[in-house]
Design a protein around this ligand. Structure first.
Ligand code: URA
Length: 243
């Protein structure tokens, strides 16, 4: 097995994260630093360590959908003791990590797994899935702003790709919208609305591809079903193997 795939399969990092660990010289194979992430290893005989800690191949993979509440960090640990998504999905032995991220104050659909390879395939740009958000912004949005959001606005020096935006409700000083974007750039929705002079006051991810939150209450989680993988269009290797 390739070294980066092995590290990811052990749940130590995503495949891309594994490449970075190897390149940084933090990985040893049988006691020697290896900096070629494509190196072949024998997973039954070789000893692979990251920062001196031995990895074990995990066979029991876990795939979870969480309806993340606001006020929770999308990381595995916080030095400042703030609540993380792993405090909600408490499975200490599974060594879960979030697939992609949502901001501290963003709610909604978040996947967690300990299968680095699955996470790698979910987040790889070549398989980027549409992501749908329920957005509330302060004030009203004119037709021109909506068109700009759909056609692309400049954020961080680069245009966003086409988006789908529809107004759901216009209240006194709040507009509620549904927005589907194809990329997953940092704070993308908030920055897109900032670019048209609007402030997001509430944000919730409701779908990744065709996989939706359904009636999963905020703060609750459940394991992904075979139907969920079909809706997502990405399967763990174990399920692909079974055809
Ligand atoms: N866009 C944002 O601005 N924040 C998120 O958490 C997700 C998408």
């Amino acid at each position: 097995m390739r070294l980066n795939k092995y590290i990811a399969s052990c749940g130590a990092a995503s495949r891309r994260g594994a490449d970075a660990l190897v390149e940084a010289g933090r990985v040893t194979v049988n006691g020697r630093i290896v900096q070629n992430h494509g190196a072949d290893i024998d997973e039954n005989a070789d000893t692979v360590c990251v920062d001196g800690k031995r990895l074990n191949l995990q066979r029991a993979y876990v795939y979870i959908m969480l309806n993340k509440p606001a006020g929770v960090l999308c990381t595995c640990h916080d030095d400042r003791g703030r609540k993380t998504v792993l405090d909600i999905v408490s499975m200490p032995d599974a060594r879960l990590f979030p697939v992609g991220r949502l901001d501290y104050d963003t709610e909604g659909l978040l996947l967690l797994t300990n299968d680095g390879d699955f996470a790698f395939r979910c987040t790889h740009p070549s398989r980027e899935k549409d992501k749908t958000y329920y957005v509330r912004v302060k004030g009203a949005l004119c037709a021109e702003s909506l068109k700009r959001l759909e056609n692309g606005v400049e954020i961080d020096g680069r245009m966003t790709s086409r988006a789908h935006v529809s107004v759901l409700e216009r209240l006194k000083d709040i507009t509620a919208l549904s927005m589907t974007i194809h990329e997953g750039r940092n704070r993308q929705i908030k920055k897109m609305f900032e670019a048209v002079g609007c402030r997001v006051v509430y944000l919730k991810r409701t779908a990744i591809g065709n996989l939706t939150l359904g009636d999963l209450p905020t703060g609750q989680w459940r394991r992904l079903s075979d139907k969920d993988f079909s809706l997502l269009g990405i399967f763990p290797f174990s399920k692909q193997d079974k055809g």
